[in-house]
Write a protein that binds this ligand. Structure first.
Ligand code: C5P
Length: 416
């Protein structure tokens, strides 16, 4: 809960029913450690009071009475200059269709639009969270304005879809506060994987015995989901092939749900990039029942026990590591090892066996289902420990490490 520590955000509210979500967003940003300065248009004040936003941000709100942009509370009388120069980012949420149109034309007849225009464009990013009726959103004028605003350097955070306050259903809802928060956190992360493709496998597999029973394991999928999120934050296009877990999909990540090891292999092969990174975190079942009964196995009156025979599952990582793109170093493969003891030795042996340039070891029983972990990175030259931290923090370190390997011209496992 400290991803925005040290960040000062100007949160601008323009008029729209989604102003009620801005209260939650403000709270979420402060919970992550940001300081938040709220600036509201007169229209926004029709939907939510400055008192609410002041209490949540713990700062005096700049509102519609500061219309001229000049304010006696400021030594120089110029909040539009001062507020925009202090900010690490200006986030307008909600950003109405009218406010977008205003920004597009560089108009500046209220403090918020004046401040957006006066911001140092090279150093203070402007992020917009549109919120409007679906017809307004789809209108060519709005779409044109949005494209031009993006060309002018604004970041458009996109919209949600669903039931709207007007009673209609479609695109144009403001994103939910947790989604906006994740987008803002991602915005501030470095982008060493920009333009790269990453495929991650995560979670356990489920191997059916009969229509109601199966074999699985205790993998929660959290480490793999954290790596998918971190890779996306780092700018990659990310596909996450997930076994049966109930975790939410990280923002901007394409998720493919599978159950069995064979389904996971099929999905992995179908989405494998020709160039990029493959990270296998999934705890794939080593074996599956040789035969899946079509009907539930019943208890026998004589107490006879069912006899299960097993066959070996495909090794997804080894299969991918043997593809031409991996062998030629176009696809950088990273494996995981969950061990219970002798972590380093097992990780080194597994790296050699799977023929991957990088293997990440962790102690399985210490991490299954937890939000934190400790990792050891093993490559051809040695090992490096990443001490216990949250899975997301470790995932970001791992992603940075992988990105640095891709950029190193003669790194092992990377095409020259
Ligand atoms: O052989 P072991 O299961 O210990 O290897 C772990 C590594 O191999 C992990 O990266 C895991 O995702 C991958 N793996 C796989 N397919 C399997 C077994 C393991 O991709 N059938």
């Amino acid at each position: 809960m400290s991803d925005l520590v040290g960040k000062h955000i100007v949160l601008g509210l323009s008029g729209g029913i989604a102003c009620y979500k801005a209260a939650e967003l403000c709270r979420a940003m402060t919970r992550e450690g940001a300081t938040v300065q709220v600036v509201m248009t007169a229209a926004a004040e029709q939907f939510i009071t400055p008192v609410t936003m002041q209490a949540l941000s713990n700062r005096t709100v700049y509102g519609s009475h500061d219309v001229s942009g000049f304010d006696a509370r400021e030594a120089n009388g110029m909040p539009h200059i001062n507020l925009s120069r202090e900010a690490d980012a200006i986030v307008v949420a909600p950003c109405s269709a009218d406010f977008m149109a205003k920004l597009l034309h560089g108009r500046a007849d209220d403090l918020l639009s004046l401040m957006c225009l006066a911001r140092p464009i090279a150093t203070v990013p402007l992020l917009l969270a549109p919120a409007m009726n679906r017809e307004m959103w789809a209108h060519p004028a709005t779409q044109r304005n949005m494209a031009q605003l993006a060309a002018d350097g604004a970041t458009i955070l996109g919209v949600g879809s669903g039931f709207q306050a007007c009673g209609e259903t479609g695109d144009g809802r403001m994103l939910e506060p947790p989604e906006l928060l994740d987008d803002l956190i991602a915005f501030f992360q470095p982008k060493p994987l920009a333009g790269r493709q990453v495929l991650v496998t995560a979670g356990p597999t489920f191997e059916a015995i009969d229509p109601v029973r199966g074999l699985t394991n205790r993998s929660s999928g959290k480490m793999g989901f954290a790596i998918a999120r971190a890779a996306r934050e780092a700018g990659a296009a990310v596909t996450l092939v997930a076994g049966p877990v109930a975790l939410p999909t990280p923002r901007g990540v394409t998720r493919v749900d599978v159950r069995s090891a064979r389904e996971m292999l099929d999905a992995t092969q179908a989405h494998l990039p020709a160039r990029g990174v493959f990270v296998a975190t999934a705890a794939v079942a080593d074996w599956r029942p040789a035969e899946v009964k079509t009907e539930k196995i019943k208890k026998q009156d004589d107490g006879a026990l069912p006899q299960l025979e097993f066959v070996e599952n495909p090794d997804i990582l080894a299969t991918v590591a043997a593809t031409p793109q991996a062998v030629q170093g176009e696809l950088y493969c990273v494996g995981f090892a969950a061990e219970s003891h002798d972590l380093l030795a097992h990780a080194q042996a597994k790296r050699a066996r799977k023929k991957v340039p990088l293997l990440v070891g962790n102690i399985g029983p210490d991490t299954f289902g937890q939000d934190d972990n400790a990792l050891v990175l093993v490559d051809a030259h040695g090992s490096r420990e990443l001490p216990r931290a949250s899975k997301l923090a470790l995932a970001r370190q791992l992603v940075a490490d992988i990105a640095a390997r891709l950029d190193r011209p003669h790194a092992e496992g990377v095409a020259r």
